[in-house]
Design a protein around this ligand. Structure first.
Ligand SMILES: Nc1ncnc2c1ncn2[C@@H]1O[C@H](COP(=O)(O)OP(=O)(O)OP(=O)(O)O)[C@@H](O)[C@H]1O
Ligand SMILES: Cc1ncc(C[n+]2csc(CCOP(=O)(O)O)c2C)c(N)n1
Ligand SMILES: [Mg+2]
Length: 367
């Protein structure tokens, strides 16, 4: 039997499909923030201290994802993850999400089910509930997510608070998503990969001479997964806030570009350690090196870490005296320091004390 497309169902029938997936995915969410959920003109929310963090992020087919590169579940998970990361970046806990979805009538119904499942499960894992949305037809798939967060009585951690003398800390992965993107751009066949072992024959087709090691398969699969559905360590947002973070944001465009944003907003300069010369980046370098070696260019590791985006780790600045509070939380590692702007333009970002000519990272309009 041919697969149904969304154009063969009415909007009300599609909403039933969506709600069935959401109730399966979200059964475990403790929804004390949600006074009225999906089904009316608005949801009604509450927070523990009367304040909300609110943010929205748009994902456009061909610009943020391709259906030939990622499964529907992964696209749903990515849509949730990059929004949830913005809430964590304020030091808050995500509570409720609304989702706008435009799609062509030819979209297979299982795609809608998978997308909803991926989004619902990723929100549920973060303790957030999908409380509504909107459906529309469109030429391409376009997703717009709006996320709300609860500060739990703490002050929000802004981009403006970095102080000279602070330590620059990052929690999460760096460079993985950019490496996954590079793999897909160089060889779109990687879009068909569902498990690690599927990669071996594709690497063989690319280069039958190189021995395909287990390290290469793991490295490539980890990067591909990070690109398709990034995993922000969301719990580090409130943790860093509790430890006294002065400034914070999630790294969406690149470490260099987003550090520049904090530096400009806080009127300071930032010096990032060289990823290839300091222990802080050992995990990222080890994961990225086999893939860079296969692609024949070890300098890609440095470029992916510094100029690659979309891992959605948390970049924060913290007084040096507060850094020991992060002991026992290994994902948060010091990767640099905040300098006074004197003698340097505010917003300057250095790498190992030197200006860098690496690309600043993603810009939708300036690339
Ligand atoms: N179209 C818009 N209208 C009004 N404000 C906007 C618009 N686009 C972005 N902004 C605001 O500009 C600020 C900077 O945006 P930026 O894209 O750096 O933030 P972000 O949402 O954290 O980015 P990312 O989506 O990459 O995580 C944010 O406060 C954002 O809400
Ligand atoms: C098909 C495809 N091509 C290129 C990219 C790379 N990309 C798109 S947006 C972005 C930065 C964050 O943007 P935003 O601030 O909008 O979240 C990056 C690195 C991709 N994800 N998918
Ligand atoms: Mg952000």
């Amino acid at each position: 039997m041919a697969t149904l497309t969304v154009g063969q169902l009415s909007e009300a029938e599609l909403l039933k499909v969506i709600n069935t997936e959401l109730s399966k995915a979200q059964g475990s969410v403790d929804s004390f923030d949600v006074l009225v959920g999906s089904g009316d003109d608005c949801a009604v929310l509450t927070t523990s201290d009367g304040r909300y963090c609110v943010s929205t992020d748009v994902l456009v087919q061909g610009h943020h994802f391709r259906t030939s590169w990622s499964s529907a579940e992964q696209i749903g998970a990515r849509a949730a993850a990059q929004n949830l990361a913005d809430i964590a970046a304020m030091g808050a806990r995500p509570s409720a999400v609304v989702v706008g979805l435009a799609m062509p009538t030819t979209t297979p119904l299982p795609w809608l089910e998978g997308f909803t499942r991926g989004l619902g499960l990723t929100c549920a894992q973060a303790g957030a509930q999908v409380v509504g949305g909107d459906l529309s037809g469109g030429q391409n798939i376009c997703v717009s997510v709006c996320v709300h967060g609860d500060l739990g009585g703490r002050d929000p951690v802004l981009r403006t608070g970095a102080k000279p003398g602070d330590v620059l800390v990052h929690a999460g992965k760096l460079g993985h998503s950019a490496a996954g993107l590079e793999l897909l751009q160089r060889c779109p066949d990687f879009g068909t990969v569902r498990q690690r072992e599927d990669m071996e024959r594709i690497f063989w087709r690319m280069d039958g001479h190189t021995r395909i090691s287990q390290e290469l398969l793991s490295s490539a699969f980890e990067c591909l997964t990070a690109f398709r559905a990034p995993q922000c360590p969301l719990e580090y947002g409130p943790l860093l806030a509790q430890c006294g973070a002065h400034a914070m944001m999630d790294v969406s465009d690149s470490l260099l570009r987003d550090a520049t944003r904090i530096a400009k907003a806080s009127a300071v300069a930032i010096d990032i350690d060289d990823p290839l010369e300091t222990d802080a980046f050992t995990g990222d370098v080890a994961a990225l090196r086999p893939l860079a070696k296969f692609l024949g260019d070890f300098s890609l590791v440095r470029k992916w870490i510094l100029s690659g985006g979309e891992d959605h780790g948390l970049l924060a600045t913290l007084a040096a005296a507060d850094q020991p509070k992060l002991k026992g939380h290994p994902q948060a590692r010091p990767i640099g320091r905040i300098l006074p702007a004197d003698g340097l333009e505010a917003g300057t970002v250095l790498v190992a004390g030197q200006p860098t000519n690496l690309p600043l990272g993603w810009d939708h309009f300036g690339n």
